[in-house]
Design a protein around this ligand. Structure first.
Ligand code: ZN
Length: 159
């Protein structure tokens, strides 16, 4: 069976940047299972998986725009500390859910200077070309219910 829309796909992957640093990997963990064709994984990787079969191994390098997007300067903002009401200690690296211009998203504190807190709403992997080293470990037809929901069910499922 080839990977196509409405197929539940399991892959193992290792994600590296252009410096060869490993950013993420499923190898010592459960395989990533996703419903193909629904935009549940980044688009460039989903495209590269089209037509693949179990046992296929490949590497794909995605430019930032095909991965987590370019860095957008407008998403870096300086806001007053008082905006973080109820949080006693702010630290660089803390992440918050916030309403940004594109809707709710994660922002990260990247600098604290007195009462000025600099937050970054870019995805932590934005602005980087990423290489995925992928092995397809399972391919099956999705169930009706999975197609209805637009995602796979099984272990770790939210139901
Ligand atoms: Zn569901």
């Amino acid at each position: 069976m080839q990977i196509a829309d409405n197929i539940a796909v399991s892959i193992h992957y290792t994600l590296t940047n252009d410096d060869g640093e490993v950013l993420d990997s499923s190898i010592d963990d459960d395989a990533l299972v996703y419903l193909h064709g629904e935009g549940n994984i980044i688009s460039g990787l989903e495209q590269a998986l089209n037509g693949k079969v179990v046992g296929d191994k490949f590497k794909v390098r995605l430019d930032a725009e095909d991965a987590y997007g370019e860095l957008v300067e407008d998403r870096v903002q300086v806001i007053p500390r008082s905006m973080f009401e109820g949080i006693d200690e702010l630290e660089v690296g803390m992440q918050f859910q916030a309403d940004v211009s594109e809707g709710p998203g994660a922002v990260t504190i990247i600098k604290i200077d007195g009462d000025n807190v600099t937050i970054d709403g870019n995805h932590p992997l934005a602005g980087q070309a990423l290489t995925f080293d992928v092995e397809v470990v399972d391919v099956r037809a999705a169930t009706e219910e999975e197609l209805d929901h637009g995602h796979v069910h099984g272990e770790g499922c939210h139901h």
